[in-house]
Design a protein around this ligand. Structure first.
Ligand code: LLP
Length: 429
């Protein structure tokens, strides 16, 4: 469920007509519903009620400060994967003890910042990382709390680019070697072993792979306790998928996911952490764009939008489907036509959808890409010197820009032209 619905024939974000925002900020822009964000966070929180738990929002899904501040205020912890995300979480008021630091290549500088600023736990992915972390912590006179991310060799049955739990993936420590690495961790002076971490992929649409992974984690946790480690936390990662189409998809609900967690690891008495990103932010955001031209093609008509692959890269990067809906609700009886929906960027990959059945559009019409709140704005670039698009947050009847569109002058001024560069005047004839 989300809060982008038609009312009186107009798409609304909560109680605000989307067209009104478009008129004020221009297109394209991202629009987020604070009610949906909070609702999704609470679904996870409630799904784990009764277990000692912390829902650590995966900041990578959407790191806008307004979103982080909103979720922090609701009691969320955060999962960060860079010094930049750590700084964002802290700036949003998240205390260090609610931040977990994941990622396969943390630098020593990032480790130092997190140790000095406060951290709940590092999810460590390799032996060299473990040694570096111990060294840095010891040099600061501290001890780093860690979980080892284990790779359970489970097929998440999702897109290959976002599956992380198979042995051939770069992530984690092979589960078969985990006991050995835990033993090594236990001997390091700057390390305090607190738990086990796992994350097998993103956009999972069934529970079976989670079950397989969590059963392996539970078995490992028992063995590690037998080896003398005080395993008191389990970080079960993120990855629960969302419906990207309104028709046929029905991924498991957070409540079902919560029940699975109870069933697989509930009896261990550990504190449970989860790291959902997409399910919290995905259907809490839309990307609004305007039709520039409707162009007749040899096979089909092209809908040329003012949004492009640089604004929402998921379709060209993962062949991802996003529902595209008109901002003005079409008449029920209107015949749908197949369109190729494209952006203005100079490559054929700048295609959002092929042969998509849509109501007729005219230049100037507004459209919305649904399910664009996660991995949308955060993956945008300024390719073709197209400014990053503004982001707007809505709450009931109120809305505000939570990131403004940069001006072209600001973009150009970020570059520096060295004074030793030959210019036309100094060129020899
Ligand atoms: N924890 C870790 C360690 C992760 O690597 C990820 C996502 C998450 C949590 C959050 O997973 P979620 O609940 O959002 O599925 N750009 C891709 C998705 C990349 C996901 C990367 N890791 C996309 O647009 O589909």
């Amino acid at each position: 469920m989300d809060h982008f619905l038609y009312r009186n024939g107009q798409l609304h974000a909560e109680d605000v007509p989307v067209a009104e925002i478009a008129a004020a900020v221009g297109t394209p822009f991202y629009c987020y519903s604070s009610a949906t964000l909070l609702r999704h966070f609470r679904l996870f929180d409630e799904a784990l009620a009764g277990l000692d738990h912390l829902v650590c929002y995966a900041v990578k899904a959407n790191s806008n400060q307004a979103i982080l501040t909103l979720l922090a205020g609701a009691g969320a912890g955060m999962d960060v994967v860079s010094g930049g995300e750590y700084a964002r979480a802290r700036a949003a008021g998240v205390p260090g003890e609610r931040i977990v630091f994941s990622g396969v290549g943390k630098t020593r500088a990032e480790m130092r910042v997190a140790l000095e600023g406060g951290i709940r736990q590092f999810n460590v992915e390799s032996e060299p990382e473990l040694e570096a972390l111990s060294e840095i912590a010891a040099s600061l006179g501290r001890v780093a709390p860690i979980a080892l991310r284990v790779n359970p060799d489970v097929d998440a049955r999702t897109h290959a680019k976002i599956a992380t739990g198979k042995s051939e993936n770069k992530f984690g420590i092979p589960i078969a070697r985990a006991r050995e690495v835990y033993a090594a961790a236990g001997r390091l002076p700057g390390i305090d072993v607190v738990g086990v971490d796992v994350h097998i992929g993103s956009q999972l649409t069934e529970l079976a792979p989670f079950r397989a992974a969590y059963e392996k984690v539970a078995e490992l946790a028992r063995m590690l306790r037998g080896d003398g480690h005080d395993i008191r936390r389990l970080d079960l990662g993120g990855g629960l998928g969302i419906p990207y189409t309104r028709s046929n998809e029905a991924p498991p609900l957070p409540s079902e996911y919560g029940a699975l967690i109870r069933e697989t690891v509930g009896d261990l008495g550990c504190e449970v952490e989860i790291e959902p990103g997409r399910l919290i932010a995905g259907n809490a955001g839309i990307l609004v764009s305007r039709v520039i031209y409707v162009k007749s093609g040899a096979e089909r008509d092209f809908l040329i939008l003012d949004a492009a692959m640089n604004d929402l890269v998921r379709p060209s990067m993962y062949d991802a489907h996003h529902d595209i809906v008109p901002v003005v609700e079409p008449e029920v009886a209107v015949p749908l036509l197949p369109f190729d929906v494209v952006g203005p960027v100079c490559e054929t990959g700048d295609t959002f959808a092929r042969a998509r059945a849509l109501p007729p559009f005219a230049a100037g019409d507004l459209v919305a890409f649904r399910s664009a709140g996660a991995y949308g704005a955060v993956m945008a670039s300024e390719y073709n010197t197209r400014p990053l698009v503004p982001e707007v947050m809505v709450s009931g009847t109120r809305w505000g820009q939570v990131r403004a569109r940069p001006t072209l002058d600001e973009i150009i001024a970020r570059d520096n032209v060295p004074d030793w560069l030959p210019t036309n005047e100094s060129m020899p004839d």
